[in-house]
Design a protein around this ligand. Structure first.
Ligand SMILES: [Fe+2]
Ligand SMILES: [Fe+2]
Length: 248
């Protein structure tokens, strides 16, 4: 049994494609087939596949139905994290989604997923992505205060949700954790954040995240070992649609 992770499937079988850049970058060409064939080749039904957000562009359950069907057809036990594009998933109605898809999909929000002695915890997360003001020499000299203030509020809410997830697992006796976020754990140029501090506080072994697309964004946040935690980016285009094994 192993845990694999992959993010940003950006499916749109039943709705219009919203990310236009996706149409022009060759990495996205027929990516759905590559996701399916790589997963079939790599995973068994006993493995866990964590999909780290941005599953579907469908705005409601009806529009994202074919996308969820595609996800259900992937091998393994599927655990889903909310992404910024996942409009079908109201965070407050996660329990309802879990009832509806019981035994087929697990929606990770204000709860946790048990894998042997380890709890998979997580939430969407949030980071400030600019705009930044840059000097002629390329140095960042400031940023949009209003937008940064708004981002701070969203970060606070997401931190509360992540703590609920950690505490639910801890109350059931778990002491080992892997954290999943959709957004990167830190804003551009930062080396720590509320998310990294919380991961350290609970002694998480890894922080796995997605959301970063294209060469210019792949290195927006932490990667590799930092302060005892392994940070891994699993956005689909970064991994070329090959799910990453994060625990053997
Ligand atoms: Fe995405
Ligand atoms: Fe995203």
């Amino acid at each position: 049994m192993s845990i694999y992770a992959l993010g940003d499937l950006h499916l749109h079988f039943g709705c219009e494609l919203k990310a236009k850049a996706q149409m022009h970058d060759p990495v996205w060409r027929e990516h759905e087939q590559r996701v399916m064939s790589n997963c079939v080749r790599t995973l068994s039904d006993r493995d866990v596949l964590v999909l780290a957000g941005d599953h579907s562009f469908g705005r409601n359950m009806e529009a994202c139905g074919p996308d969820l069907q595609f996800i259900m057809a992937l091998p393994g036990r599927k655990v889903l994290i909310r992404g910024n594009h996942d409009m079908f998933w109201d965070a407050k109605k996660t329990a309802e989604l879990n009832r509806r898809f019981q035994g087929r999909l697990f929606f990770l929000q204000n709860n946790y997923y048990a894998y042997e002695d380890t709890a998979l915890v997580g939430t969407k997360g949030y980071t400030f992505e600019g705009p930044f003001y840059v000097s002629r020499s390329g140095r960042i000299t400031g940023w949009d205060r209003e937008e940064a203030g708004h981002a701070e509020k969203l970060v606070e809410r997401e931190l509360e949700r992540l703590r609920i997830s950690f505490e639910a697992a801890r109350a059931d006796g778990f002491r080992k954790f892997i954290v999943f976020l959709h957004y990167p754990p830190t804003s551009i140029l930062e080396k720590e954040s509320g998310f990294t501090r919380m991961a350290e506080e609970y002694g998480a072994e890894q922080v796995v995240y997605a959301h970063c697309h294209g060469e210019t964004r792949f290195h927006d946040s932490l990667m590799g070992k930092y302060r005892g935690i392994e940070y891994r980016l699993v956005s689909g285009d970064y991994l070329r649609w090959q799910p990453l094994c994060i625990r053997k």
